[in-house]
Design a protein around this ligand. Structure first.
Ligand code: NAD
Length: 412
């Protein structure tokens, strides 16, 4: 099942449960705008290469749309559309004044030189510049993109406007109007969500075994934070495979390995394992923090964890979700677990609009308030309705967007 089919299945189930009017359901199933752009660049050898880029704005009902930009060989319109829809629900669940969007370029960023990456980013940014902006649609990084890519997008947009516009993207370098704490915010939020869920399950964090798929921005920070809370991180992976040590891995040393541009399996103190094996390791906390569609009907029956905290967007297919629930594995869904990034993106945007910047402590404590508040609200709703956390999170989010849609009415 594709990520879009999963997102629509989950939405339709929740719409049915909420007794949503069929017209509103139809309306919310469709993205508001989908833009496909051609991104031609000259490579370093002087030859022309043409990439395909996307920006999908699912909803702008609660405010300008917000969502990351992904550079990955699997990016396509369906995936971007699914991710845009998830962003609508995530922003609504967190009570942020945003709709949802997502973008991406189908490419392998590891095969591009820094100059090629810059040229591709600037061309993509100029192709989408008419539909983005601080009061329209505000991109941020996702897989394969980073602060530098955001700086190029901000610069390209600002050049087109003739004035510096820091609020057009978030997760920029701090020097250009980025927020303190933004880089770590998603992983930090994942760790907060994991801690709240463990407390709810009555399981101690001290000594709890953690497995993380995807040791990137989200996964590495979540691993480091949970390690700091007393957990034992026993396995982590990247695109090349994973490393496993039941005694616990040295997370800061692994971060140094990753920062040095090496693969985690090059770290000597553990046993190399595949990404497929990693998902099936015995642990208390499993954090998929790489791609979507990793937990499927094929492997959900063999997963050996008590808790799944979805760092990645859409890592669990609808069938896997059912299997895991039947097996009493508690899941903190993506739109709740990884919302730390968009929460601090919101803080960054507010700071940019006001040209007034906050201290890191303030950013982190406001992040914790919003995320843990949303966790407990969602948990209460799940208990009241007798549903799982994903269904409750979607119920709350869809209710907000549907109510706002009704209040605004349908134009014209
Ligand atoms: P990243 O590029 O920093 O890291 C991704 C990691 O996953 C890398 O270690 C990469 O090697 C690994 N990876 C890639 N393909 C893989 C595969 N097939 N199997 C195993 N590992 C693989 O990306 P990120 O920003 O950490 O994003 C990770 C996930 O979190 C994505 O699903 C993204 O949508 C989601 N997310 C990110 C943010 C954010 O603020 N960065 C916010 C919300 C959700």
């Amino acid at each position: 099942m594709s990520m879009l089919a999963t997102a629509l299945t989950q939405f339709d189930e929740v719409a049915g449960r909420l007794d949503l009017e069929p017209q509103i359901q139809q309306h919310l199933r469709h993205p508001r705008r989908s833009l496909i752009v051609s991104v031609p660049i000259r490579n370093d050898a002087g030859d022309l290469e043409v990439f395909t880029g996307y920006r999908v704005q699912h909803s702008m009902t609660l405010g300008p749309s917000k969502g990351g930009i992904r550079y990955h060989p699997d990016v396509d319109l369906e995936e971007v559309t699914a991710l845009a829809m998830l962003m609508t629900w995530k922003c609504a669940l967190m009570g942020l004044p945003y709709g949802g969007a997502k973008g991406g370029v189908r490419c392998d960023p590891l095969k591009l030189s820094p100059r090629e990456l810059e040229r591709m980013t600037r061309r993509y940014a100029s192709e989408i510049h008419l539909c983005i902006g601080p009061d329209r649609d505000i991109p941020a990084p996702d897989m394969g993109t980073n602060e530098q890519v955001m700086a190029w997008i901000m610069d390209t947009y600002s050049m087109q406007r003739g004035t510096t516009v820091p609020g057009v993207v978030t997760n920029k370098p701090v020097l250009l109007g980025g927020s303190l704490g933004r880089v770590e915010s998603t992983g930090r939020g994942v760790a907060y969500a994991a801690a709240e869920a463990m407390a709810h399950l009555g399981l101690p964090l001290a000594g709890a075994r953690v497995v993380v798929q995807g040791f990137g921005n989200v996964g590495s920070v979540a691993a480091r934070m949970l390690n700091g809370m007393g957990c034992r991180v026993v396995a982590v992976s990247d695109v090349q495979g994973g490393i496993y040590n039941p005694e616990g891995l040295d997370v800061p040393a692994l971060q140094a390995v990753a920062r040095a541009g090496q693969w985690v399996r090059q770290y000597p103190e553990g046993e190399p394992i595949s990404n497929e094996e990693l998902l099936l390791l015995p642990c208390e906390i499993l954090i998929p923090a790489a791609l979507g569609g990793q937990l499927t009907a094929g492997n959900a029956g063999a997963v050996q964890t008590r808790l799944i905290v979805e760092g990645a967007n859409g890592p669990t297919t609808a069938e896997a979700d059912r299997h895991l629930r039947e097996r009493d594995i508690f899941i903190v869904p993506d739109i709740l677990a990884n919302a730390g990034g968009v929460i601090v993106s919101y803080f960054e945007w507010v700071q940019d609009l006001q040209f007034f910047f906050w201290k890191e402590d303030e950013v982190n404590s406001r992040l914790r308030d919003i995320l843990t508040g949303a966790f407990h609200r969602t948990l209460r709703l799940a208990q009241q309705e007798g549903v799982d956390l994903r269904t409750a999170a979607l119920m709350e989010a869809v209710t907000r967007v549907a109510q706002a849609t009704k209040l605004r009415g349908i134009y014209p």
